[in-house]
Design a protein around this ligand. Structure first.
Ligand SMILES: Nc1ncnc2c1ncn2[C@@H]1O[C@H](COP(=O)(O)OP(=O)(O)OP(=O)(O)O)[C@@H](O)[C@H]1O
Ligand SMILES: [Mg+2]
Length: 508
């Protein structure tokens, strides 16, 4: 094995019951480079990284992995950590109720005569927090931090173990533009310090910005590897290899003629769940028409999710004030069940905590908001349940051998498709979708856009929270811009631009 490569994978094959997740994969990662891995949902990216880092032990796959010139035979993640290899998973893995510094040093603190020197570790942690640019008190409980900061804590943890190969699985999927840019800079900074990174991402612009080499996986196979600079790599070249065809219309055309107002919100204010005096949403008013797609844009923490969740039966906040009208009738929704009955449906951004029941199968997850519809005399019609689940599997191309598969065995993007299917089956009049395409590949994104367009064509209405401005611009009839809990302005489809949205968010 040559010294040029820190990681070499030869003919790797990994099977799960009924699925060949990796099929004879070959990959070479140069020492000190940023290597990006891309491919559609279910292509095998996360599985490949789990093999490399010992999540799947030696013996559970075929083929060989060489790291720093030696063939690996890890039994678990601990083994790879000892070799200074660290993986930051797609779903973060911190202990939410422990402090920052405890999370950084958890499992690798030294004791002297059985006593841990806490002061020492608090000081030490500051060193690593500085390296990732996190200015929090190390004693802060992790659950108090937003996802962006939690991720930096995970990276600080990797640094504390003198990481040489850092694997990041979709690190920017839950971050806003600003946080993402900072994280990418950090990865570039690590490169200067000699750390090799492997980054999985669906955001091709990010990949092109920082990667030295890009490898494309498709259906578990390694399709191509590009030297970004030498080959003048473009997004189109990557897409072609990812999907095996050209995608032209990323935002399908739509002739929209919104009708009467179906939902109106007046002077809506929401109070923080713990600090009851703090207004998270402040005096917000907006309306939604039949057959309309509204987008809510704004920086992370603008209060968009909090606003929508509080409207959805008070699912957020200690209390809320204001008025909500549905079809001209003032109503009070004090539970998610009532919201559903009133014709609202919610697709959550947080699929792990709110969206999916991981230990249940796909069909149960899809049917769980529609049991009334699928039952007669109080008994669920199993055949109907399966048929509906199959229908969505086909429509959204959920990659799985069967609808009896447990949700936790799906790839991240395919889990998201299950969450979307459930709300589609429930068939509400008003869809509230929070970051509907997070972690979803380019082909499936277009599918979801088509579905949203079909819904409004049928006379449904959609409220979409989106952090991807091109998506909001491409899809919405009107865009509301929020910041600091308030609506800063509204733009019609024909007048909206990225610059105007950003300007509005900051200046108002
Ligand atoms: N534990 C498991 N049991 C059964 N099948 C699995 C398991 N883990 C992954 N798979 C399957 O292996 C394939 C590859 O999944 P993987 O998570 O590696 O995809 P991915 O490329 O990371 O996709 P995404 O972009 O959606 O995160 C998928 O078909 C998935 O359903
Ligand atoms: Mg994945």
């Amino acid at each position: 094995m040559s010294g040029e490569y820190i990681l070499e994978i030869e003919n790797l094959t990994k099977d799960f019951p009924g699925v060949r997740a990796l099929d004879n994969v070959n990959l070479k990662v140069k020492k000190g480079e940023i290597h990006s891995l891309c491919g559609e949902n279910g292509a095998g990216k996360s599985t490949l990284m789990s093999v490399i880092s010992g999540v799947y032990p030696k013996g559970s796959y075929e083929g060989r992995v060489f790291y720093k010139g030696k063939e690996t035979a890890y039994h678990n993640v601990k083994d790879s950590e000892k070799e200074r290899l660290a993986i930051i998973h797609q779903e973060l893995a911190l202990s939410p109720y422990l402090s920052i510094y405890e999370n950084i040093f958890l499992g690798h603190m030294k004791t002297s005569f059985g006593i841990i020197n806490w002061d020492y570790y608090i000081k030490e942690s500051q060193k690593y927090l500085a390296r990732v640019g996190l200015k929090e008190n190390p004693a802060t409980i992790v659950s108090r931090l937003g996802v962006g900061k939690q991720q930096l804590v995970e990276i600080a943890r990797a640094l504390s173990k003198q990481v040489e190969l850092l694997i990041l699985d979709e690190p920017t999927s839950s971050l806003n533009d600003d946080e993402s840019a900072k994280l990418l800079d950090l990865i570039l900074e690590f490169k200067k310090q000699g750390i090799t990174s492997v980054m999985i991402s669906h955001k091709l612009n990010e990949i092109l910005k920082i990667a030295d080499t890009v490898t494309v996986l498709r259906d578990g196979k390694s399709i191509s590897s590009f030297d970004v600079k030498k080959e003048n790599l473009t997004e189109e070249m990557l897409i072609r290899d990812m999907v095996g065809r050209n995608i032209t219309h990323r935002f399908p055309e739509r002739n929209s003629v919104p009708g009467d107002t179906v939902m109106e919100v007046k002077n809506w204010t929401v109070y923080h769940p713990e600090y009851h005096a703090i207004k998270v949403v402040d005096n917000v008013s907006f309306n939604l028409r039949k057959g309309e797609i509204l987008a809510f844009c704004g920086p992370m923490g603008a209060g968009r999710t909090e606003l929508m969740m509080s409207l959805y039966g008070g699912s957020y906040g200690s209390r809320s004030e204001g008025e909500l009208y549905i079809n001209g009738k003032k109503i009070q929704l004090d539970s998610a069940k009532k919201a559903l009955d009133a014709g609202l449906g919610y697709i959550s951004e947080d699929r792990k905590n709110l969206g999916l029941i991981l230990i249940q199968d796909i069909k149960t997850n899809i049917s769980s908001s529609s049991l009334g519809k699928l039952s007669s005399f109080g008994i669920v019609n199993k055949a109907k349940e399966i048929a509906e689940a199959e229908r969505y599997r086909d429509e959204l191309q959920i990659k799985t051998p069967s609808v009896f598969q447990l949700a936790r065995n799906l790839s991240g993007g395919n889990q998201q498709k299950v969450v979307v299917s459930r709300t589609l089956l429930a068939n509400p009049d008003i869809f509230i979708v929070d970051e509907p395409t997070r972690g979803i590949d380019i082909g499936a994104k277009t599918e979801i856009y088509n579905i949203l367009n079909d819904l409004v064509k049928q006379g449904k209405s959609v409220i979409m929270i989106s952090s991807e401005l091109p998506e909001a611009l491409g899809m919405a009839d009107r865009i509301y811009v929020m910041n600091e809990g308030r609506i800063k302005g509204m733009l019609r489809h024909d007048e909206a631009t990225q610059e105007k949205i950003m300007h509005m968010a900051l200046v108002g």
